[in-house]
Ligand binder design. Structure first.
Ligand code: SF4
Length: 102
């Protein structure tokens, strides 16, 4: 799906894209625009279900939880095979802390 198509989606359609894998709920480091994932999960992530335990209130409970917007997608915070960004041309995929592309 292209960014322009994503912009046209309703909130329900947008939410439906997520596969609830929880991978984006790990702490990240931004080194001059290159995103590095760490092995530290958000303390609100249920590691069994891979779901956020405060999803509806996440932005108030964790003000640093980044809302998923098209602009955020372009910045390279999501794993390359996440359905929001899979196939995006020139997507700046994040890297694991050790340097492996996600
Ligand atoms: S990485 Fe993508 S599919 Fe997985 S939880 Fe995050 S947004 Fe959803």
């Amino acid at each position: 799906m292209r960014l322009n198509e994503l912009r046209q989606l309703s909130p329900a359609q947008w939410e439906a894209i997520c596969q609830r894998c929880g991978r984006c709920c790990y702490e990240k480091l931004d080194d001059g625009g290159t995103i590095y994932y760490t092995s530290a999960p958000c303390d609100r992530l249920d590691l069994q279900s891979c779901l956020c335990t405060v999803y509806e209130q996440r932005n108030t409970v964790r003000p640093d939880c980044m809302p998923l917007t098209v602009e955020v997608l372009k910045a390279g915070y999501l794993p390359a095979d996440c359905p929001y960004v899979a196939g995006l041309e020139d997507y700046p995929a994040p890297q694991m802390d050790g340097g492996d592309e996600l």
